[in-house]
Write a protein that binds this ligand. Structure first.
Ligand SMILES: *Cc1c(COP(=O)(O)O)cnc(C)c1O
Length: 371
């Protein structure tokens, strides 16, 4: 019998999690370190500093241990009180996740029905802000990963700020893959995750918090947050116990992996990293079009990080995906909701943004079509 462990590992072309490079795997294999003490505090601080560069911020960055959703819940629950009004435009799957979280913590959510597979426009947001003058915050998804669609986040943030509301941005699948300019765009709280474009393992979600957001945390009203997912708890730990900068045990091995991934990203250069993702997506889009596929999102709003693709009528998506994995060791993702079984998604994050992997994927897809 063949040993299943001897097979080449499957390469993830999923839009998270991602396959990580060898330096990150080496970092994960180091002995476990404790989450306190001078040398650990220094490591934690330098990871947060590298992340600040990627967030485009001089404000505070902290690490939340959990999935991206934990950081997003922490953002909304720490800055807002029960029954506070928040606008969350329905731009897709992850906007609906934000809405579910906001409702669960007791916020009063105003939605905006955005046209299917289209980005949110500035006018739509402006209109909603005028209709709901009591709005305290707007939560926006930068890259809608379910569609591979970019929202025009810079102008949406400006409209939000002009209305005096806090801007909370879900940059979970964009941080490290495209520009995020937190300070220049006026984002108040911005959440990312390690296991997407940052090319790191699963388990940690970076969160950046502006001075304005801290003022909301400190405005004296009782917030939705409990103890753990509460920015106030985090700040207290980092300011009163510098050698134990996190309120609880933290996932040190995951930080070692994230640290290696960030070193690589900053060594390559932030703009070179963005170009790597853009080149991979451009090649996948043109290669699939040459093979006769139709893409879900128009080029004008298409993301360089994920491509959603309609399956031709005669193609069985599940069969294609299984075949890619079994025959070629390549894992792509299915699609959600109205696109389920009709489309598939190809991620251009982590190892999947390397051109050799892109070419392997396109060649395999051509072979599938020609069987
Ligand atoms: C992946 C993703 C999330 C959720 O991330 P989890 O880590 O699974 O909680 C949220 N928003 C966007 C845009 C995502 O792509």
């Amino acid at each position: 019998m063949s040993n299943p462990l001897s097979r080449e590992p499957t390469v993830l072309l999923t839009p998270g999690p991602v396959s990580v490079d060898a330096a990150v795997l080496d970092a994960l294999a180091r002995p476990v370190r404790p989450h306190y003490g001078a040398s650990w505090a220094q490591r934690y601080g330098s990871v947060c500093q590298s992340l600040a560069e990627v967030f485009g911020t001089r404000e505070d960055v902290m690490l939340v241990f959990g999935p991206g959703t934990a950081a997003l819940e922490m953002a909304m629950a720490s800055a807002l009180a029960p029954d506070d009004e928040i606008i969350i435009p329905d731009t897709g799957r992850f906007a609906r996740r934000l809405t579910a979280v906001a409702k669960a913590i007791g916020l009063d959510v105003h939605t905006i029905d955005v046209a299917l597979h289209q980005p949110l426009s500035r006018a739509e947001l402006q209109d909603a802000l005028e209709r709901h003058p009591g709005t305290r915050a707007v939560a926006l998804v930068h890259h809608e990963t379910g569609l591979g669609l970019m929202n025009p986040i810079e102008e949406l943030c400006r409209v939000t700020r002009d209305a005096g509301a806090l801007t909370i941005v879900d940059a979970v699948s964009s941080l490290g893959g495209v520009e995020v300019a937190m300070d220049n765009w006026g984002i108040d709280i911005c959440a990312g995750v390690a296991n997407k474009c940052l090319g790191a393992p699963i388990g940690v979600a970076p969160l950046a918090v502006s001075e304005r957001a801290w003022k909301a945390v400190d405005d004296g009203r009782a917030k939705c947050a409990g103890w753990y997912l509460n920015l106030a708890t985090w700040r207290e730990a980092s300011t009163t116990r510098p050698l134990h900068p996190h309120p609880t045990t933290m996932a040190t091995s995951v930080i070692e992996g994230l640290s290696a991934a960030l070193d690589r990203l900053l060594e390559e250069g932030i703009s070179a990293t963005f170009k790597r993702h853009a080149d991979a997506s451009a090649r996948v889009r043109s290669g699939l079009r040459e093979l006769g596929f139709e893409l879900v999102v128009d080029d004008s709003a298409a993301s360089p990080l994920t491509t959603a693709v309609y399956a031709p009528a005669e193609m069985n998506v599940a069969d294609y995906m299984n075949w890619l994995e079994q025959e070629h060791g390549l894992l792509i993702a299915g699609a959600f909701d109205e696109l389920a079984t009709k489309a598939f998604r190809v991620g251009h994050m982590g190892v999947a943004s390397e051109m050799s992997v892109v070419e392997r994927y396109l060649a395999a897809t051509q072979a599938y079509r020609e069987r």
